[in-house]
Design a protein around this ligand. Structure first.
Ligand code: S6P
Length: 602
């Protein structure tokens, strides 16, 4: 693609027009840039990802949406930073809780452990903790149903904060939609003497979810409006960052923007507390601009990222495995990216897996070693060597992620071990100018993505956070691009998603409506038939709650593709099943149906 076309892509702000998919919040709109991403080459996929990620940093420029660098957003960030500064100066009996579901909870964990580590290095007590819906097993596997439970959210928060004098609660819900987080915010609002709630998300308040939450008449939107009422010591930080590359996949931009926003707040408060100064909006803006540089530094390696996507796609197409073997906090980024492939693309846990040096000891999660829960919880390098490596072959891909600050001898040894089983070895390496290049490893690998960062860096912790974001962008590109090449995406929709909570249930209905053109009622009926595996719906099924539907859906596979084929072909469920069997690649199955259901021109 010519550079002129690329800048045209970056300028596109069509999604901001009032008439563009007005019935969806920003986080659920489809991105007009990526409507043909399913047919794009790896190079083009990377260009589209770069353009979509660049939307995070776009300025407001006449649009109605508040954006990351807007005064109102940076002002709220400053207020929250000031609250945290006070706590850091007098931390006794205080707690900062970061909480969320799915990716948002995983990032809460990443940041809570990172800033506790920073405090530990300064010989201070830990101040942060995290909550993830579904507990620690949700850090590594898809646990989507606790997201729907506001009471569980509330009880978990109450328990973790027992005896605290002051709590700064930071709830993350990219779509301003998760009932689990809403339950916690409602609890904070009831106890303003102890709790100061902050909500982070990426929709305007008017687009927060407006559906009563289970066990309550309250909606997420009504709750956020309550936070905005005069006299409430509550903050909402909700810049729009544009629709996701793959519709609704908030693990991507939503996750990146969460990391940018919260690390900016947390790191600025720490600096202010240490230097005995106060944070300014200028400082916050400068920190966020540094993340914009991460975007350009990372995507300046577009060709190498595209090559990685190509190899990942090939491995996945051949039924091979993709393993991220990583050192330091990049290991957690690998674990997070791998865990998200299951609900997003209907992948098996063995398709994409992450391994971290030091296993649970390095992870430092509340519930400790989870290995006994099953093979998908085996996450250390030793586990990789014993359980995975012996069965690897050339169709499997291993991506090693590390930095110049890790033990490079150990990395080399690992590469040599892996090379005995597969030549499909790739590396992603970060270093500062002047630090050792990946030269000695390069001849051992199929591809090397080495990102060099300018020296001197203002702060080592900050540098590592930037390397994390850079790695997140690459990993998201690799797993999304690889699954696109495997045929798991149709246009820019994840058609093989798991329907395991109410958000995903409604999203499945919308996907069916959009792709089939059938009415809402017909789409919902067909979805239910696929979920319950029946040709005719009974009264029991139609009168059941969405929660019951999601329980049944969690026991089945390919419910959305099946429903879509039924709708496109006007056929029975059993016929749809045999069609899908003859076209194992979901996108091809759908395309075959679209072609045969389109009347030929006279
Ligand atoms: C999205 C990911 C999900 C979400 C989770 C929370 O790509 O698969 O697990 O993170 O549903 O969403 P939200 O909008 O509350 O942050």
């Amino acid at each position: 693609m010519a550079d002129r076309d690329f800048s045209r892509i970056c300028d596109t702000r069509e999604w901001e027009l009032p008439g563009y998919e007005p019935w969806f919040p920003v986080s659920e709109k489809s991105n007009p840039l990526t409507c043909d991403i399913d047919k794009a080459s790896p190079n083009h996929i990377v260009r589209l990802l770069a353009a979509c990620d660049a939307q995070i940093f776009q300025t407001k420029s006449g649009s109605t949406y508040e954006r990351l660098f807007c005064d109102s957003i940076v002002h709220s960030m400053k207020e929250v930073t000031k609250m945290l500064e006070h706590i850091l100066r007098d931390p006794e009996d205080s707690l900062v809780v970061l909480s969320g579901c799915g990716t948002s909870g995983r990032l809460a964990f990443l940041m809570a452990t990172c800033f506790n580590r920073i405090l530990k290095d300064q010989e201070q007590k830990p101040l942060y903790t995290y909550i993830i819906a579904g507990g620690d097993k949700a850090l590594l596997t898809s646990q989507e149903s606790p997201e729907d439970d506001p009471k569980l959210g509330m009880l978990t928060l109450e328990k973790i904060c027992e005896g605290k004098r002051r709590v700064l609660f930071i709830g993350i819900s990219c779509g301003l939609s998760a009932p689990f987080v809403a339950g916690q915010i409602a609890f904070c609002l009831k106890h303003p003497d102890v709790f100061s709630p902050v909500l982070v998300g990426f929709n305007p308040v008017s687009q927060a979810r407006d559906e009563p939450m289970p066990g309550s008449t309250l909606t997420f939107r009504a709750l956020v409006q309550k936070m905005q009422q005069k006299g409430q010591r509550a903050f909402i930080i909700n810049p729009a960052v544009g629709p996701e590359v793959i519709t609704g996949s908030s693990r991507m931009k939503g996750g990146s923007a969460t990391k940018i926003l919260l690390e900016t707040i947390l790191a600025s408060a720490h600096t202010a507390a240490i230097t005995n100064t106060h944070v300014t909006q200028g400082v916050l803006l400068a920190r966020m601009k540094a993340y914009e540089f991460v975007h350009s530094a990372t995507y300046s390696h577009s060709e190498q990222i595209a090559a990685l996507i190509q190899s990942t796609g090939l491995s996945l197409q051949r039924g091979g495995r993709v393993c991220y073997v990583a050192w330091g906090s990049l290991g957690l980024l690998g674990l997070i990216d791998a865990s998200e492939c299951i609900p997003t693309f209907g992948a098996d846990y063995e398709d994409v897996r992450g391994f971290i040096r030091g296993g649970y000891q390095d992870l430092d999660n509340i519930e400790g070693d989870l290995t006994s829960l099953g093979p998908q919880f085996c996450i250390s390098h030793e586990d990789f060597m014993h359980l995975v490596l012996p069965n690897l072959s050339d169709r499997d891909l291993v991506l090693l992620l590390y930095t110049a600050h890790d033990d490079l001898d150990e990395v080399e040894k690992m590469i040599l071990r892996v090379r005995e089983k597969t030549s499909n070895v790739h590396i992603l390496y970060h270093r500062l100018e002047g630090e050792a290049a990946a030269d000695s490893m390069a001849p051992l690998c199929s591809s090397v993505l080495s990102v060099t960062w300018p020296f001197p860096s203002p702060d080592l912790n900050l540098l590592h956070m930037q390397w994390e974001l850079s790695s997140k962008l690459v990993l998201n590109a690799v797993s999304t691009g690889g699954h696109i090449l495997k045929g798991k995406v149709y246009r820019n929709h994840m058609i093989d998603l798991q329907v395991t909570n109410s958000k995903l249930y409604h999203r499945a209905g919308h996907i069916l409506q959009k792709l089939s053109g059938c009415s809402q009622t017909r789409c919902e009926e067909t979805l239910l038939k696929a979920i319950y595996d029946v040709e005719t719906l009974t009264e029991d099924i139609t009168s059941a709650r969405v929660y019951t539907h999601t329980i049944s859906a969690s026991r089945r596979s390919r419910v959305v593709p099946l429903a879509l084929v039924c709708l496109l072909m006007g056929c029975s469920l059993s016929e749809a099943k045999s069609r899908l069997q003859s076209h194992p690649v979901v996108r091809e199955a759908v395309e075959a149906c679209v072609t045969s259901s389109t009347p030929s021109s006279p």
